[in-house]
Ligand binder design. Structure first.
Ligand code: OSB
Ligand code: MG
Length: 385
């Protein structure tokens, strides 16, 4: 049996779904070259390297994508740590016939490692949905069939380069633009974008590059009408964000610091954030995301869906989740072509004339993994069961 858990059952229908029969479980490591390198304050990536969990059973094939990177430069978890957790601790807890709520309670005994947990949970939810022949959003109780778009633009060499990238995004009709900032690449860059696009919904993400001593400098960003500043301070901090929040007019949003509902409650209680970047792959998956969404909705706290440059598998999951009540702002939901020349799945995510994204039709996460591309982009396959 599992150990104690902090999260009691909360009555989402998803919790009562039973795990279908599983014939095979495989872990794949895939690598997709990026169209252009993506830089944040703490890392530069030239490709997306991701761990995928494939479950075959009940006549269907289901997938879960792990959002951990090969390196620990955004979050402590890595593809290698996730592989260890999945093979040694998480998958052994998965038994057919057991409900997803019970799996979630069992996973509660394993501390942290929420990216690894989300990988298994995502695959199980996809398996349940496909075995029943229903789309993911139906299991989640989502009502929207289109979700807003948003783009996260990586660090650029010069303000002029950034303005050019933002102009391209505006031309594509992205609903809001996020720009990455770091020390030495902040005020001038944001000012240049704001000067060219006075009314654009615009925000900045620092991925933890600043300290409290930078408060007066960060306060200069108040002049540019940003909707929020995301994770200005350490990936591990909540308390100092609460102090910084009192020094700034611009609302703070947390990303890295929030691993679960309890972290979110702590951040709200302290006044450390007024907005949440919810990445389902960072908080342990869809059930925890539903809990967080409900908590935020009850308190009127704005939430948007972040992204982790996912392949079409994780990207589709994020889109399905955004059909659920509680998301109040456009997220980092961008079209496939801005990341990859070629994705693992078809169809790609595209923006329509209104800059809106359709929820993929079909069972489970909806898009279909193309075998020939999967084979070409796979570095390693490992059969676990
Ligand atoms: O901080 O939100 C972040 C990508 C990788 C790691 C961290 C972050 C990001 C992004 C891009 O901002 C989100 C996306 O386009 O999927
Ligand atoms: Mg972020």
């Amino acid at each position: 049996m599992s150990g104690p858990t902090r999260t009691p059952p909360v009555g989402f229908p998803l919790e009562d779904e039973a795990v279908p029969a599983i014939d095979h479980a495989d872990l794949l490591l895939v690598r997709l070259p990026f169209v252009q390198p993506f830089s944040i304050s703490s890392a530069t990536w030239t490709c997306k390297e991701a761990l995928l969990l494939r479950l075959e059973g009940s006549g269907v094939t289901a997938w879960g994508e792990c959002v951990a990177d090969p390196d620990p430069f955004y979050a402590p978890e890595t593809t290698t740590s996730a592989r260890h957790l999945i093979t040694e601790f998480l998958l052994p807890l998965v038994e057919p016939g057991v409900t997803l709520g019970e799996i979630d309670r069992r996973f509660g005994r394993v501390r942290g490692n929420r990216m690894a947990k989300a990988t298994v949970e995502n695959a199980l939810v996809d398996l349940v949905a496909k075995a029943r022949g229903v789309p993911l959003h139906a299991l989640l109780g989502g009502t929207l069939r289109k979700v807003p778009s948003g783009i996260s633009i990586g660090l650029q060499e010069t303000p002029a380069d950034l303005v050019r990238e933002v102009a391209a995004a505006v031309g594509k009709r992205y609903h809001r633009v996020k720009v990455k900032v770091k020390k030495g690449k902040d005020v001038d860059f944001v000012a240049a974008v704001r000067d060219r696009f006075p009314d654009l919904p615009l925000m900045a993400d620092a991925n933890g590059d600043y300290t409290l001593e930078d408060a007066p400098h960060l306060a200069r960003l108040d002049a540019y009408g940003l909707t929020m500043i995301e994770q200005p301070l350490s990936y591990a901090d909540i308390h100092q964000h609460a102090i910084l929040a009192r020094e700034l007019k611009t609302p703070l949003c947390l990303d890295e610091s929030i691993h679960d509902l309890a972290d979110f409650e702590a951040a709200l209680a302290l006044g450390a954030c007024r907005v949440l970047n919810l990445k389902q792959g960072r908080v342990g998956g869809l059930l925890e995301s539903l809990r967080i969404l409900r908590h935020a909705a009850e308190r009127g706290v704005p939430v948007w869906s972040g992204g982790m440059d996912e392949t079409g598998i994780g990207r589709a999951v994020n889109i399905h989740l955004q059909t659920v009540d509680g998301f109040t702002l456009p997220g980092d939901t961008s079209e496939t072509a801005r990341y990859f020349h070629e994705d693992l799945v078809d169809p790609p995510v595209v923006l329509d004339e209104e800059g809106t994204v359709d929820v993929p039709p079909g069972a489970g996460f909806g898009a279909v993994v193309v075998p020939e591309r999967l084979e070409r982009l796979t570095l390693r396959v490992e059969r676990l069961r």
